[in-house]
Design a protein around this ligand. Structure first.
Ligand code: GLU
Length: 477
């Protein structure tokens, strides 16, 4: 049974690169009818925050990554927060200490740096294995001095091979890794130790994570071996870069899932786009349903080269999914934005909701983001926001005269149907020798404040008699 995990540290909002790692774990688990575990790596007490843990879980759920075991769902292999597993790490460390596979190290950083300097090495060259074989006398002396030891792993002097499922074989030569700490002097495990204990106890079969962890993997393999655990498969995913090919960071704009969610992306568009960051089919297909992604996903198709995050492509894809979904759903999802813009309030009548839904359906082709819905449909409800350029170009003296005549004609319109409205405007153009544009543009701008929007007569019909006549009065000479 395939068991994978996503293991975020709750030190910030979910980053796009981590969202990709989470999604690939999810797709791999589902493809293999396996289990996805969510594990919260919160041992960094200073930087970990409960609110980030909650936000990460919300954002994962938002775009469709669901886990089978985790801090909220529970499961047989919990607890799923590292701070709740401290006893397990201590027990495992104690066993390794008894077996002589780890040793107590009393050195301060300054002492190690000083020794490195004296040995002609760079002071930050790493640990020199000084405490590896301390005599009982030295050990006793350090204890009496009240020093608090860390536990260091005795790195075996042999090469370590990582058979990475994406990168192939990566060899780490003997001597390239100094003895490393597994338990800190405050009794907390290091990242390396906690990860290995958890991956083993949670029966993880495949570790799928970012390439930035590849250099940690030999340490993890050595620990798995020292404890007699089965070594899981490893798959290190390429990094996600901005369009300038540097590591994706704040400089590239929004980098958290939360920011995209707030902008009004649709979860299914986000799910689809993120899946393409470092994975693809031979046919370079772009649009996939979640079911297709689960069916098609494989680690073999993950790219070794870095993925480039292209916000324009994401926006394009969002527009496409926006056109695929229903106006009712767009309306529902955009309610927070409509409320903020004063276009809809709490507990609107069914009639108003239908009116707004129809307005959305008229504009649906043009909506790219939920947050733009108020811009597109606001004028159906509130006084339009008149765009200056449009006003100065079309609501001229001549434009206003045209609108005056149209007003008179519309006042006589009883049926208020697209058909009737259009016939009146076209008759007017013909009678007065106007080109359609000379009339259509001022009409649209006077009613909506903008030069673009839905079909003119559908728009007027939906706007309704009262608002139309009122706005025409305002703008007619
Ligand atoms: N907590 C680690 C991180 O956020 C992930 C560790 C792992 O996947 O092994 O980078």
């Amino acid at each position: 049974m395939v068991r994978v995990r996503f293991a975020p540290s709750p030190t910030g909002y979910l980053h796009l690169g981590n969202a990709r790692t989470a999604l690939f774990n999810y797709l791999f688990a589902k493809h293999n009818n396996g289990i996805l575990v969510l594990r919260i790596e919160d041992t960094d007490a200073e930087r970990s925050k409960k609110e980030y843990e909650t936000a990460i879980m919300e954002d994962l759920k938002w775009f469709g990554v669901k886990w089978d075991e985790g801090p909220d769902t529970g499961g047989e292999n919990g607890p799923y927060r590292q701070t709740e597993r401290l006893g397990l790490y201590r027990q495992a460390a104690e066993k390794l200490l008894q077996e002589g596979k780890v040793y107590r190290c009393y050195c301060t950083r300054e002492e190690t740096e000083e020794r490195n300097r004296r040995a002609g090495k760079n002071e930050s060259a790493g640990y020199d294995n000084f405490c590896r074989d301390l005599s009982p006398q030295d050990l006793g002396r350090y204890e009496r001095e009240g020093r608090k030891p860390v536990l260091r792993f005795r790195v075996p002097g042999k090469k370590v091979e990582v058979n990475d499922l994406v990168r192939g074989q990566v060899v780490f030569e003997p001597g390239s890794i100094p003895d490393f700490v597994i338990m800190k002097s405050d009794g907390l495990p290091t990242f390396h130790f906690a990860v290995v204990i958890d991956d083993c106890m949670m029966k993880i079969t495949h570790v799928i994570r970012g390439e930035d962890h590849l250099s940690n993997t030999p340490k993890h393999i050595m620990l798995f071996e020292a404890m007699g655990f089965d070594i899981p498969g490893f798959a290190h995913m390429s990094m996600t870069l901005g369009r300038d090919k540097t590591r994706l960071s704040k400089r590239h704009g929004a980098t958290s899932v939360r920011a995209y969610r707030d902008e009004g992306y649709l979860p299914e568009a986000f799910f689809n786009y993120i899946a393409l960051l470092g994975w693809g089919t031979a046919e370079s297909q772009d649009i996939f349903s979640p079911e297709e992604l689960v069916r098609e996903f494989s680690i073999e198709r993950c790219n070794k080269s870095n993925a480039v995050f292209d916000p324009e492509k994401l926006l394009w894809m969002n527009g496409l999914y926006m056109r695929k979904t229903t106006p009712a759903r767009i309306l529902n999802l955009s309610l927070p934005y409509l409320k903020e813009a004063g276009i809809a309030g709490d507990g609107e009548t069914e009639e108003k909701m239908h009116y707004l839904e129809k307005a959305v359906s008229l504009e649906q082709e043009k909506i790219k983001l939920l947050k733009d819905v108020p811009y597109h449909i606001g004028f159906f409800v509130k006084e339009p926001v008149y765009e200056e350029k449009a006003v100065s170009k079309y609501l001229t003296e001549k434009g206003k005269e045209v609108l005056g005549a149209i007003l008179t004609s519309f006042e006589g319109c009883e049926e208020w149907s697209i058909h009737d409205l259009e016939a009146r405007v076209r008759d007017f153009c013909e009678a007065k020798g106007y080109k359609a544009g000379e009339v259509f543009h001022p009409l649209r701008v006077a009613l909506s404040g903008k030069t673009t929007g839905p079909g003119l007569f559908e728009m007027i019909e939906h706007l309704g008699r009262d608002k139309t006549l009122e706005r025409l009065k305002k703008w007619s000479a």
